[in-house]
Design a protein around this ligand. Structure first.
Ligand SMILES: [Zn+2]
Length: 161
């Protein structure tokens, strides 16, 4: 082996080692912080919606609550979906049905179109939620209304279009 090809060989080994080390670090980080949150924040679930799922008062805006509800649909966190909905519209009798439905679909993405607070206790979020149901791509397009109840934001209802 010539000196030159030895050098190339060494460089290749170095690159492989570097790549390996990089993959290992990425793996360690993923283990430490968990998978990326479904809401699209690019943060890990542990540092994002999980905090809100454990303490709903951490949802400081209707948008925070909307995102945490989307993630709850993805994870099938039915109790959180009930808790985060206003008592006047909470679909408690459909709990099982909602859980079975959300587990049967494949959630793809949440796209926020617009979010605004119109009052200290009221806000609206317009969003698209993309999912696959029975092999067919589908979209929920909704303008949701949120109001505060028991000192935290709750989802009330929505206008579909
Ligand atoms: Zn999140």
């Amino acid at each position: 082996m010539s000196k030159f090809s030895k050098l190339i060989q060494k460089q290749k080994e170095h690159q492989v080692a570097k790549k390996h080390r990089f993959n290992l670090e990425a793996k360690i980080n993923a283990n430490r912080e968990g998978v990326l949150c479904a809401c699209g924040s690019k943060k890990s679930y542990k540092l994002c919606c999980e905090l809100i799922h454990k303490n709903i008062e951490l949802a400081k805006t209707p948008l925070d609550l909307m995102k945490s509800r989307y993630t709850a649909y993805v994870l099938g966190a039915i109790d959180y979906l009930m808790l985060s909905q206003h008592s006047s519209t909470r679909p408690f009798s459909e709990k099982e049905e909602i859980l079975n439905w959300t587990k049967s679909v494949q959630w793809l993405e949440l796209v926020i179109v617009e979010a605004k607070e119109t009052h200290i206790d009221e806000g609206f979020v317009t969003f698209k939620a993309l999912f696959i149901e029975d092999g067919v791509k589908n979209t929920i397009f909704e303008k949701s209304r949120f109001i505060k109840e028991n000192n935290h934001w709750t989802y009330v209802d929505g206008i579909h279009s």
